[in-house]
Design a protein. Structure first.
Length: 309
């Protein structure tokens, strides 16, 4: 078993009714919970590292933890850079063991985004690493990504064609209404499926990606708030919308906020129920189990990729 790219995963998922879950990782317990769920469900999985995770844990530790997970479980895993801000960060990850990188040039004008993405693609492909890019801007806050709702823009289908042709990118993150963070919608949730279907029809061989796709599961929000949290009005993407997106070219669905909520809710509960606890294993162990159970649910009931390994 080995560290692999997304090529075979996405080839199987494209034009199917399932997507592959891409879960953000920050520490050992999160990695263990995710891979245990993938092992139990016999499902493909992507472990991805954000700018915040790189700063918090140090990429060397994260790479070694993923290598340990491969050795321990026998799974093939993808290690992906999430929201690479520039060429240098992407190059560093390519050179140091990542099998997939994302270059996020969505903050730049169209032609500049193309040029930056093409530069990363040329370097990464020469090293056998695949590349994801983004066209359009998602609102919300996640680690180093912070886009005001007024500046968010949906992906233009015609621009998407030109972008993919000129960059040679392996997968494309599209903006159709999802957003980063725990507060994705102020009113009724809405995703522009007509736009998504058009992009998929125009780029039928290009795997599409949904960022900001956590459900912000109500049970975890309620548990956090019950045990001293303050997360009022949090709302995510309904699970049926994510499953529907997988039918229209979306091969990768990103999840971060749900992981944070699951872990935090369980830690809060453990500490509240037994204030004498000070051994980290006593609360990180149950938190790891909460991650596993939540990821199993996502794989089985949302991405619907159980048994697709």
């Amino acid at each position: 078993m080995a560290l692999i790219t997304t090529k075979e995963m996405f080839a199987k998922a494209l034009n199917s009714d399932y997507a592959v879950g891409a879960f953000n990782v920050n520490n050992m317990e999160i990695i263990q919970g995710i891979v245990e769920a993938a092992e139990l469900e016999n499902a493909p999985v992507i472990l991805q590292v954000s700018a915040g995770a790189r700063k918090y844990a140090n990429p060397v530790y994260l790479v070694k933890l993923v290598e340990a997970a491969i050795e321990d479980t026998g799974l093939d895993l993808v290690l992906h850079l999430d929201h690479g801000a520039d060429f240098e960060i992407c190059k560093d990850c390519v050179d140091n063991g990542f099998s997939s990188v994302m270059i996020d040039g969505s903050k730049y004008p169209f032609e500049e985004n193309i040029a930056l993405t093409k530069k990363v693609v040329d370097y990464a492909h020469a090293k056998g690493v695949v590349v994801e890019a983004e066209l359009g801007k998602l609102a919300g806050v996640e680690d180093a990504v912070n886009v005001d709702a007024r500046e968010a823009t949906f992906t233009d289908p015609d621009e998407a064609i030109e972008f993919v042709e000129k960059t040679g990118v392996d997968s494309l993150a599209v903006a159709i209404g999802t957003s980063h963070g725990a507060y994705k919608f102020k009113g009724t949730p809405y995703l522009d499926f007509e736009r998504l279907e058009k992009i998929h029809q125009m780029l039928p061989e290009t795997p599409l990606v949904l960022h900001g796709a956590s459900t912000v599961m109500p049970e975890f929000v309620a548990l956090c708030n019950k045990y001293g949290g303050d997360i009022p009005g949090a709302q995510g993407v309904p699970e049926d919308m994510l499953s529907e997106a997988a039918k229209h070219g979306v091969c990768k669905i990103n999840v971060d906020t749900d992981l944070r909520l699951a872990m935090t809710a369980k830690i809060r509960e453990c500490m509240y129920e037994d204030p004498s606890v000070f051994d980290p294993r006593k609360y990180l162990g149950p938190a790891r189990d909460a991650i596993r159970d939540m990821v199993q649910h996502k794989i089985r009931d949302v991405m619907k990729c159980s048994g697709q390994k």
